[in-house]
Design a protein around this ligand. Structure first.
Ligand SMILES: [Zn+2]
Length: 89
């Protein structure tokens, strides 16, 4: 009985270690208001309507394409694109 418990404990320990080893690293998610993840987890720019690599957002946000599109958008158009975060009376 004691042997079984010890064996079980050993297996659990081993399982924990293996789980920890294969667990994916927590991804740094882009939190920019203009960035949006689709159902597949693909990062998209909502104003350029283009897919952007997670680690490429910084570069995209200063690209000529992005700055051109954002400068052409009026503030009200931009507000329509953004998800409502604050209720306005
Ligand atoms: Zn963009």
């Amino acid at each position: 009985m004691a042997d079984q418990r010890a064996e079980l404990r050993r297996l659990l320990q081993q399982h924990k270690q293996q789980s920890a080893a294969v667990a994916p690293q927590p991804q740094v998610r882009v939190t920019d208001k203009l960035a949006k993840y689709d159902v597949n987890g693909q990062l998209n720019c909502i104003i350029c309507k283009t897919a952007v690599a997670d680690n490429g957002w910084q570069q995209h946000s200063v690209s000529s394409q992005h700055t051109n599109v954002s400068s052409q958008l009026s503030p009200s158009a931009l507000l329509c694109l953004l998800p409502a975060t604050t209720a306005v009376d």
